[in-house]
Design a binder for this molecule. Structure first.
Ligand code: AMP
Ligand code: GLY
Length: 423
């Protein structure tokens, strides 16, 4: 069986690593892949957003299943195009991927179906938004409508910050068309937990919970990033919280999407916040999270390929998905300067020592090969992942792995896996 994974980050490396363990022994391809993926799959030089390029390749190679991992190709309708050519794909169609692609859509969906989320107002006119922002309490949250590479959310401490956010998004269009509308949202406090779920539109199977460290520096200081590390499970996500989420959030979301004529197939990612008034949805994503995937999939006992096929063929009900009773931690090694300016093309050493001596698995996020040398090629470079019986053991093991790896200006947080109450 031939399987193509679209994307080239740490998430895709983890998916391919897991697929490579499948008893179905798939022949693996990645578009475009990266320096680590190249050890497990044939990397083809097609961009993840090149819909026609991917469709052409999948047809020519007679790919049996294409897994579309990142958000942009999903929003561009890559799954729809593959299916139109009679090819099997894992991921939501465009009309369902909108649950991530449009904040206005997702907020309106939650309001209509009574799914708990922050109170909000939508504006398509900057003057009206500014007039409203004079009446709200601070901090308040301003979100650009569309995909903005995870940067379209501004937490404004006062009216001045809110005003410049609205001007940037709506007048100067710093996020392009993603900023034609803004959502102004109530600021919620509490810890955030991510729960990803497989769904074929009929059955929903949540994965084990995870927590992400988004800020660049220790103690959640510095700029927001794509994620500096993750751990699984969350210490806050108890069986009782899970029950509440299934009843109030997960199943209602799947039903709501069906009612709207937008059945969701693939991975639905619930970004949750544990507030004093119960669990609320901060955001939905239409895909696996990065770097949540790096701590969730290593804990999966069931064959991932079997699950992907069952979702694509709408028979997820038949699969019994099992998880290890253990814990995982992923520490991201980033290029110094990230998420701002950073250098690329720096040689990386010590990955083999980390894997052999510390027993970690190193997932590549931004790397490329130059002959025998592995070079940095992105802001987030590697995700050092450790699995162990407890979170404390996994944290220790992950940092033992980190200590073996080197590249110039390497930056990482030293507190991954530890979350202080209230942050
Ligand atoms: P989003 O792109 O909607 O996930 O937002 C990115 C991040 O902004 C979230 O993970 C939160 O940390 C923060 N955020 C978003 N909405 C809110 C809110 N209503 N209250 C507090 N923080 C928020
Ligand atoms: N780690 C957050 C995301 O994948 O959107």
């Amino acid at each position: 069986m031939k399987v193509l994974v679209v994307g080239g980050g740490g998430r895709e490396h983890t998916i391919i690593w897991k697929l490579s363990q499948s008893p179905l022994k798939p022949e693996l391809f990645a578009a475009p892949g990266n320096g680590g993926i190249a050890e497990l799959a044939t990397c083809v030089d097609i961009k993840a957003t090149d819909v026609e390029g991917v469709v052409r390749f999948a047809k020519e190679k007679q790919i049996d299943l294409t897994v579309v991992a990142p958000d942009d190709p999903l929003m561009l309708g890559m799954v729809d195009r593959l299916e139109a050519e009679g090819l099997k794909a894992f991921g939501p169609r465009q009309n369902a991927a909108i649950i991530e692609g449009s904040k206005v859509f997702s907020k309106d969906l939650m309001k209509k179906y009574g799914i708990p989320t922050a109170a909000y107002e939508v504006f398509d006119d900057s003057e009206a938004a500014l007039a409203y922002l004079k009446t709200v309490s601070y901090p308040t949250v301003i979100k650009a409508e569309g995909l903005a590479l995870g940067k379209g959310v501004i937490i404004a401490a006062d009216y001045g910050e809110a005003e410049s956010a609205v001007r940037d998004i709506m007048c100067d269009k710093v996020f392009g068309d993603a900023g034609s509308r803004v959502v102004v949202e109530e600021f919620l406090t509490g810890q955030e937990v991510s729960v990803l779920a497989f769904t074929d539109g009929k059955t929903l199977c949540p994965m084990v919970s995870a927590q992400d460290h988004k800020r660049a520096y220790d103690n959640d200081e510095g700029l927001n990033t794509g994620g500096m590390g993750t751990f699984s499970p969350s210490r806050l996500y108890s069986a009782a919280v899970h029950e509440e989420c299934m009843k109030q959030i997960f199943l209602p979301t799947v039903k709501a999407m069906n009612k709207e004529g937008r059945p969701f197939k693939g991975v639905l990612y619930f970004g949750l916040i544990m507030t004093k008034n119960g669990v609320k949805v901060i955001e939905y994503n239409a895909r696996f999270g990065d770097p949540e995937t790096q701590v969730v999939l290593p804990r999966l006992k069931t064959d991932l390929l079997e699950i992907f096929l069952a979702v694509a063929e709408e028979r997820l009900e038949e699969v019994d998905i099992l998880w290890e009773d253990n814990a995982a931690v992923c520490v991201v090694l980033a290029s110094g300067g990230y998420p701002k300016k950073y250098a690329s093309g720096l040689p990386i050493s010590g990955i083999r020592e980390a894997e052999q001596e510390a027993g970690v698995t190193v997932f590549h996020a931004g790397t490329k090969r130059d002959g025998d040398t592995l070079l940095t090629a992105g802001g987030r470079v590697l995700g050092v992942t450790a699995v162990s019986g407890t979170l404390d053991e996994a944290i220790k093991k992950a940092y033992q792995g980190v200590s073996k790896i080197h590249f110039d200006n390497m930056h990482f947080r030293t507190d991954i896996g530890i979350k202080k109450e209230g942050i």
